[in-house]
Structure formats: C-alpha cells, structure tokens
Design a protein around this ligand. Structure first.
Ligand code: G6P
Length: 599
C-alpha cells in the first residue's frame, strides 16, 4: 500500500528517495510523487501510474537538494489524480502521509484553506501549516497537530523555512528512521532503505531528522531515547532472477521454502516452536485464528485439519470483522494470527485487542522485522523469504506448513496422536510433501493448455468437498485477483441451492477432488453442473476422473491429509497462466496492495 521515504544528509536526496520508492513499489500503488527542499523553497513532482512516469518527469524537472520526501499512493480518499497524489503542500508545510485521518472533515474546518484535492492528507497538511504559522516551531507543530487527529498515520513533514530537516511521526502505521547514504533516512519499511542502524518509531513518537542526526521526542515533545537496531539481512533484495514475473519465481521456490519452514520447526522429528510453551497448545480447547485474504484461507485449512487430528473445532475470523465483533477472551485463551507481511492494519488491531484482554497471541508471520513479530507473545516464523508479487503463493504454502505443525503439536500434547504417529506425519511432510508440491514440465504444459482453452471464460465456479472445499476459496481468490475472471468458491453440494442457476454453456467449473471418501459424491455434483453446460476442469488425485470427459490436472498425493501442498501450487499456476494469456501483469494487479496498512 502507500509507501513513504525521506532523506536528509550530505548527498542528493532524490536518488535515495526514489530508490526507496522503487523498493516499496511491489506493495501496490496508483500514483507517486516527491518533494525536495532547497533554499527555502520546495519543488514537487507528482504523477499518476507507474513510477516510471514519475522518473520521466523528474528527468525533465532536475530537482536538486539534499533534503526530500517521497510517496507511493494507494487511493483511499479521492480518485487517482496528480492533485490527490502526495506530497501535499499548504503554505510553508510539505508532507507525505500513510494511513487515514478519519476526522479529516473537521480537521479541514479548523483551518481557513481553499483545498485543491479531495484527500484527508491535504486537510492534515493545512492543520500542520496553521499551527506552524502560529508558533514557528516544527516540533511543537507536530505534537499539537497530532493531538487533533483521529485515525492512523505515518507522516514525514518538512517546513520550508527549516532547511535540511524533516519530521517523522506515527500512529498505527509503520515508520522507521536511521542512518543511510551519508545522512539520515526514514521509511515505512526498513527493507526499502539501505540502513546502517535504524530506530523503530512507536505510536506517538516524533523524530526530528536533520542532516547531522536524529533526535526523538514523545507525544508531548519531551526528549526520549530509542534503541538502535541493525537491519536483519535475512531477506534478499527483490530480484526476479531471470523469471519474467515475481509470481512465477515465487511459485518455483515453493518446494524449497516449504522445506525451510518445516526444517525450522521440526526438531528430533517432532514439531518445535522456539519460545512457545507446550502449555499454550495444551490449553487450546478451541482453535481461534485471525487473518485477512490468503492468510484467512490458510486458517480455514488449519481448522479442518485440527478437527480431523485433534477433534478440536475452531473459529476462523476475518480480522476486519473480528476487531469489532465484541468477542470476550480471558488470560487462558490463545489466538493465532496469520500474516505474511506482519503489517496488515486489521490483523495488528486484533493482536492489540486480544492482548488487552489478557489472551496469549501467537503470530504465524513471514517478515521477521514486522510489527506483528514485535507485538505477539509468541511467534512462529514462516520461512518463505520476501514475497513481492501481490498474489500470495509461496507464503500461503509455508503458512499451511506452520499450521499443520501447530495441529500436530496440539495432537501430541493433548494425546490425540501418539508420539510415533506425529513423528511419522512430520517425516511425511518433510520427505514426501515437498516433492509433491513441485510442478514438472508436463504439469506446466497441461495446466497452460487448459488455461488457453478457458481463457475466454468469464465466470469460474470452484467446487469441492471437505478439505477441497476450503482450498477452493484460495483457488478462486487467486484466479480473480490477478486474471480478473469472476469466480466463486462453493462447497460442491451447495451448488444446487442457488448458484447452479448461473451455470450455463461456457461457464467454467473448476473441481478439486482429492478425498477418496467423498469422490463419488463430488462426481455427482460435478455432473449436475456439466449437465447444465458447465465446462469442467478437475484438479484431482492421480487416477481420479479417468473415465470422465473433464480437463484433468492430475497430481500425486500420497496422503489425503496433505493434499493442499500438491493442490495449491497447481491452482496458483493455473491462475498465473490465465493472467499471462490475457496479457495482464500478475505481479501488480489493479487496485490491490501487497501490504494493507489501512483498515
Ligand atoms: C492483501 C494481499 C493478500 C494478503 C492479505 C493479508 O490483501 O494482497 O495477498 O493475503 O493482504 O496480508 P498479510 O500480509 O496479513 O498476510
């Protein structure tokens, strides 16, 4: 989502700022802009569309100066226009903003400004400026203005008559400052700048960043000290490594990252989670899982597996619903939070809500430097490495791996499986499942051929039963988010309770069939759809559907329990092929963001 970068120091600001914006690009944005402060003046350049458009404009504009800020915007208030893009300026104030100022209407009314944009940010900028005009002091302005804001924000603010200085302040949105490129930088993601050492701002903290150093203040402007951190170089810089798209590269990495995640959490043949006591799992009488998007879908799989192996049922929540649901927890409860980025605003809000009620919070997180890792009581890292493509592929599969191990741990400590049984299943995961997740060239050719055949299809219904039905939710999301083909996921047996009225000639029916026990029931439901003109793709266990006239994507599955690891890479690849055939960019689908930092 929106990204912010700032720099002041002895070097030109623009290369650092635009370099940071490129590093944040994958998160999703629709316009961008920079401002450079020089000689009491600021120059601003903004463009809609890709960063390349901004770079072309910057080549002509030739901005010079050693203090500057930049932004990639993902529109919330106001459409995608240059006027609405950041930086915004009012009077002597120039700023960039991540988040949403919810009371922007009343904030705007506190000033006497003729607004050019429809953004909440310009209203906030006007308030900063009004207060600055009154007191002439940057720090005092920042603290006073922030007292008025309701909502979430990370701001970088420059004042035209405070040379070589910018201020950084946050509430609810990530922001770090640190040494970089012969000066000092601020960024919404530590990975986007080449920091020497850096400091994480907490809510309410203000950093005054000058060309000579950084000073920190609390929300009332009193000096505070912060702990210096060293960036973990655990994530390699984004690199497509010769692949045409990040998504393809990330799917190729699945067998490797799956193995890495399993090996990190299997010790002596049994599930092991450093820093998380067995008691936590022993006390789980109900599985509570919270996440958004793909992470939520991983939670659905976990609930299914838990019911099967431990007999423990679960409640799987979408974070934006859970946070306002009024659920009551106590100190004996534990809640699992699944998040790739560790920065999803709704998921973070739920973590805070559960902690406030005294419950134990267990994060299943991919980014080790993220806020979720910092805030959860216990953390199980997935080891997917950096995932750049908006549509999650390898991160989802590693989330599943971590969740399977959680369920196996529960089975062990609760005694629903013996140690030998758990050891056997861990062995199967490590040895068999990684191989089954790998697509052969033949698999790819088959899937691509089927995608060609269905490329004109406008609607696709994903159907399955049992575990296959929860996999359908993720398969359907993959297809619609990047290929823009309308799709829906349905438990096969539910189709005839309404949705079958939409199945006509040319409608795609993508069936997932991996469960022997439910095979005949599933076939019955597929036939009902086929009889009404639906064209059927069956992603199924090898040997299934051989006598059927379906487009088959067979996969080797040695144990039904682990079917998701073979099935997911195949439905992901299908969505990728559909997208490429349509000449769309799978890495940056329209309107979507990789890291959703607003609620
Ligand atoms: C966005 C992404 C999804 C992701 C979801 C949750 O919508 O586009 O791919 O599943 O956020 O993100 P998280 O980082 O919390 O897993």
């Amino acid at each position: 989502m929106c990204g912010i970068v700032g720099y002041t120091g002895k070097n030109e600001a623009l290369p650092v700022v635009t370099g940071g914006l490129f590093a944040l690009e994958y998160r999703g944005y629709d316009s961008s802009g920079v401002a450079v402060l020089c000689g009491g003046k600021t120059e601003i350049v903004k463009k809609t569309g890709k960063l390349e458009n901004l770079m072309a404009a910057l080549e002509k504009a030739q901005l010079k100066g050693t203090c500057g800020i930049g932004h990639t915007r993902w529109a919330t208030h106001g459409e995608v226009t240059e006027t609405n893009a950041h930086p915004h300026t009012v009077g002597k104030t120039v700023l960039v903003h991540n988040g949403i100022i919810e009371n922007y209407v009343s904030v705007g009314k506190m000033t006497n400004t003729d607004f050019k944009s429809t953004t909440d940010t310009e209203r906030a900028c006007a308030l900063f400026n009004e207060l600055y005009e009154r007191c002439g002091d940057g720090l005092q302005t920042i603290t006073s203005a922030c007292r008025e804001f309701v909502g979430s924000y990370a701001f970088l603010v420059m004042f035209k008559d405070e040379p070589d200085i910018f201020y950084a302040v946050r509430n609810g949105c990530p922001l770090v400052v640190g040494t970089a490129d012969g000066g000092f930088a601020a960024c919404s993601d530590v990975a986007a700048c080449d920091f020497g050492e850096y400091y994480k701002l907490s809510d309410g903290d203000v950093a005054k960043v000058t060309k000579d150093g950084i000073s920190f203040f609390d929300k009332d402007g009193a000096p505070i000290s912060k702990e210096a951190l060293t960036p973990k170089k655990s994530f390699s810089a984004p690199d497509k490594c010769g692949f045409p798209h990040y998504m393809l590269k990330e799917m190729e990495e699945i067998p490797t990252v799956l193995k890495n995640t399993l090996e990190a959490h299997i010790k002596d043949g049994l599930p092991y989670f450093e820093g998380v006591e067995d008691e936590i799992f022993k006390n789980m009488n109900r599985l509570r899982i919270v996440g958004c998007g793909t992470a939520y879908h991983a939670g659905l799989v976990c609930e299914h597996i838990s019911r099967r192996l431990t007999g423990i049922e679960g409640d799987i929540y979408i974070a934006s619903e859970y946070r306002y649901s009024g659920h009551k927890l106590n100190k004996d409860d534990a809640v699992i939070f699944i998040t790739q980025s560790g920065e999803t605003a709704d998921t973070l809000a739920c973590i805070r809500m559960c902690r406030a009620q005294g419950a134990y919070t267990l994060g299943v997180v991919n980014v080790p430097t993220s806020t979720a890792v910092e805030e959860c009581d216990g953390v199980i890292l997935t080891h997917a490495g950096s995932e750049i493509a908006v549509a999650s592929t390898k991160a989802y599969v590693t989330q599943l791996a971590a969740l399977y191990l959680i369920v196996l741990k529960m089975s062990l400590v609760k005694g629903t499986l013996t140690e030998d049984e758990v050891r056997g299943l861990c062995g199967e995961l490590l040895n068999g499942v990684c191989a089954e997740s790998r697509l052969s060239d033949t698999d790819k050719i088959t899937i691509n051929r089927i995608a060609e055949k269905y490329s004109e299809c406008r609607d696709m219904f994903y159907i399955g039963r049992g575990l296959d039905s929860v996999l359908c939710s993720e398969a359907s999301l993959k297809l619609k988010e990047i290929s823009y083909v309308h799709s829906e996921a349905y438990p096969s047996g539910e189709l005839k309770h309404g949705t079958i009225s939409l199945i006509t000639e040319g409608v795609g029916v993508f069936a997932i069939l991996t469960d022997e026990r439910l095979y005949l029931k599933s076939i019955g439901n597929i036939e009902e759809a086929a009889a009404r003109g639906g064209s059927v793709i069956a992603l199924c266990k090898e040997g299934f559907c051989k006598d059927k006239n379906y487009d088959l994507i067979p996969c080797r599955i040695s144990n039904d329990l682990f079917a998701p690891f073979a099935v997911a890479p195949r439905f992901q690849y299908f969505a990728y092929c559909m997208t490429i055939i349509k000449n769309l960019d799978p890495d940056k689908p329209r309107n979507l963001a990789k890291s959703v930092t607003v609620e």
